[in-house]
Ligand binder design. Structure first.
Ligand code: HEC
Ligand code: HEC
Ligand code: HEC
Ligand code: HEC
Ligand code: HEC
Length: 355
């Protein structure tokens, strides 16, 4: 791959934005082979779960204890309890948010404590809407000893469950007002980014690695953890100096989508410091409201996150250039002028150096 030279915020072109949106439905809608009586793929809630999801989830946990322990530490279990989610929900208390972060409860009201604590549970993914059947991945040799899986909890194998379809309804979605208008403007676009990345592989290849639990049962991990080690491993930084020109090239490594992906306020920030002079370059998405005869419309004004191609930034300085890349979770948006909001939920230094 050749180094693409990209200009920092706010110069990303509207054409790039149009190109991105133009492909918004690629990869999400491969026709599914119909499976008789199969539960649908997991998705956010629009109504309360019909069966008691907390009790039923407890039965899964009782038999699948290793997986339950992994899930217990995951962001999925913590999806509603999450401190940062709660802070955001307080600002925007929408049923829309609750439907995804507490998918076993009625999204129109605050969830009862036990359903809130369940977050995205076993039943949410394996038995969408807590209906009959438990989704599983087809095997050439079916698992034995499935005594817990009779009647309403019978295993239903569906190859879609091993694909990004198991994640798509929650990990790709539009702003609520844009959905109402019938032209979704994506707030999270992980699936489309994945389809466009050319990296290949499914979400589960990277996010559900095969592990052997303490009990020695091989299975796919349900931790879904994206920790500091994974973030650091996903970034490659190369610097060169030619006379007075210093270039910093950022490349993402083994990431099946944009880096960062997911929540709209995540971003990377490259800081270049020469003496007392500091330049901060956000690699993020920025939205802005554009007014026209038809009223105000929110658009994606720029997307400078790391994609499959490397990005290069250049500084001219005879003096040493200190560089640093941080992964930041902002509490609000980076605007289209590249002004970086001060309030952060979290920040991690991924790499730094001097050239
Ligand atoms: C975020 C969605 C999600 C949640 C939450 C979830 N699962 Fe899974 N689970 C999956 C997917 C997807 C697979 C199939 C992965 C594959 O093979 O590609 C799977 C696989 C499994 C398997 C087969 C494991 C193997 O690899 O042999 C079991 C058993 C299982 N899950 C049980 C549970 C239990 C019990 C819980 C709750 C403690 C749970 N799951 C929570 C999505 C989820
Ligand atoms: C009475 C014990 C019991 C209960 C309750 C139970 N399971 Fe299982 N389950 C098993 C056993 C045993 C197997 C087969 C061996 C294995 O894969 O762990 C199995 C298999 C599975 C599989 C397929 C594993 C594979 O290899 O593809 C999935 C998925 C699964 N269970 C999910 C769940 C979920 C979700 C719940 C709750 C709704 C649940 N189970 C409740 C005992 C139970
Ligand atoms: C019912 C909706 C739902 C489904 C289905 C779902 N997720 Fe999630 N996922 C969430 C929510 C909500 C969060 C945010 C949790 C939080 O607030 O930290 C999340 C967080 C994550 C994270 C980040 C965890 C972290 O520590 O930052 C990963 C990775 C992830 N999901 C992967 C997957 C994959 C892979 C699948 C498909 C197998 C999947 N999810 C299916 C709703 C879902
Ligand atoms: C080739 C490996 C790979 C594939 C495939 C992949 N991811 Fe990731 N994912 C990563 C890496 C590495 C990171 C950490 C870097 C980043 O945040 O982008 C990550 C980060 C994430 C995060 C951000 C969590 C956080 O806390 O910042 C989410 C959510 C996520 N992935 C979901 C998905 C979903 C959904 C799919 C399937 C469409 C998927 N990923 C496919 C490797 C992968
Ligand atoms: C269709 C599903 C869906 C809807 C609707 C949704 N979210 Fe999320 N949310 C997710 C997923 C998936 C993630 C994980 C991606 C990531 O970690 O970057 C997430 C992550 C977050 C995070 C970051 C959590 C963390 O630990 O850093 C916050 C904050 C958040 N959402 C707030 C909200 C708010 C507020 C709303 C309503 C305005 C909302 N979400 C609506 C699916 C959803």
């Amino acid at each position: 791959m050749t180094a693409a030279r990209r200009r920092p915020f706010p110069f990303a072109t509207p054409a790039a934005f149009v190109a991105l949106l133009g492909t918004a439905s690629v990869g999400v809608s491969m026709p599914a082979r119909p499976v008789e009586n199969a539960p649908p793929m997991p998705e956010p809630a629009t109504t309360a779960s019909p069966r008691d999801p907390v009790t039923r989830n407890g039965t899964c946990e009782g038999c699948h204890s290793e997986i339950a322990a992994e899930w217990g530490t995951s962001g999925h279990k913590n999806a509603f309890a999450d401190r940062d989610f709660r802070a955001s929900l307080a600002r925007e208390p929408l049923p829309f948010c609750r439907g995804c972060h507490a998918p076993e409860a009625d999204p129109n009201q605050d969830p009862p404590a036990d359903r809130a604590a369940l977050g995205v549970g076993c039943v949410t993914c394996h038995s969408p809407h807590n209906g009959p059947g438990v989704l599983a991945v087809p095997h050439t040799t079916p698992p034995t000893g499935v005594n817990g899986h009779r009647a309403n909890d019978a295993l239903v194998s569906n190859a879609d469950f091993a694909s990004e379809k198991a994640c798509a309804r929650c990990h790709e979605f539009g702003f609520p007002d844009s959905i109402r208008r019938g032209k979704p403007l994506l707030m999270q676009s992980t699936i489309t980014e994945g389809a466009n990345s050319g990296i290949g592989g499914t979400c589960n290849d990277c996010h559900m690695p095969k592990v052997e639990g303490p009990g020695g049962t091989p299975h796919r991990s349900h931790r879904f953890s994206v920790d500091e080690t994974m973030l650091k491993g996903a970034l490659d930084v190369a610097t060169t100096r030619t006379g007075e020109h210093v270039t910093v090239t950022l490349t993402s490594r083994g990431v099946g989508h944009a880096f960062p992906t997911g929540d709209l306020f995540r971003r990377l920030v490259l800081t270049l410091k020469i003496g007392e002079k500091t330049r901060k370059i956000p690699l993020a998405r920025a939205w802005e409201d554009r007014t026209s005869a038809n009223g105000s419309l929110r658009v994606l004004a720029a997307d400078t996150r790391l994609q499959a191609a490397p990005v290069t930034f250049t500084e001219e300085s005879p003096r040493p250039v200190e560089w640093q890349v941080t992964y930041e979770r902002a509490a609000s948006r980076t605007d289209s002028h590249g002004r970086i909001p001060v309030a952060l939920f979290g920040s991690t230094v991924l790499a730094r150096g001097v050239r």
